[in-house]
Design a protein around this ligand. Sequence first.
Ligand code: CO
Length: 209
Amino acid sequence: MKNFEKLLLQNKAWAAENTANDPNYFKRSAHIQTPEFLWIGCSDSRVPANDVTGTEPGEIFVHRNIANLVVHTDLNLLSVLQYAVQVLKVQHIIVCGHYGCGGIKAAMTNKELGLINKWLRNIKDIYRFHRDELDAIEDYEKRADRLVELNVVDQVMNLAKTSIVQHAWKEENRPTLHGWVYEMHSGLLNPVSMLQPGDFIDPLYRYDI
Ligand code: CO
């Protein structure tokens, strides 16, 4: 059997098991999705949003990219954000990074990686803003993991800088923004930042909303 055929076979088993446990399982989720959460995570295959949060299909709206970045010119991210906030009316947005992130580590090198360097530039800027703190950490893995945390904090702030979030904060007093970091060795999520509607953001980034 080819490796991709295994996926289709496992899908049949998964569908059968769910239907056996609950005959209406798929009928229910096919009708409506009302997730309360938007997840912005890393594309890394080891950090699946539903699995690590113990949630079912229908509970989390998901966007993933390399190193879980919120980039203001990324039409994909902005479209997901707008739909989640304005149509699905999510209550919480979670930016979730993970320790040992390859994207973060790549941004700490001088390797010429082609197109992806342009994406990782965003992380280099975060390193530059925190250069003193990061350079003072001797252990390479610990320094990379601290950058993972600082990156998540910055991406949460990037969400608050969007007019999409600022409109929702003003008009509907939601969503709450969370920054979490997933720890692969333990499987645990480490909350590192949180912003609630009305929390302080640099006036330079506030719109007249
Ligand atoms: Co990663």
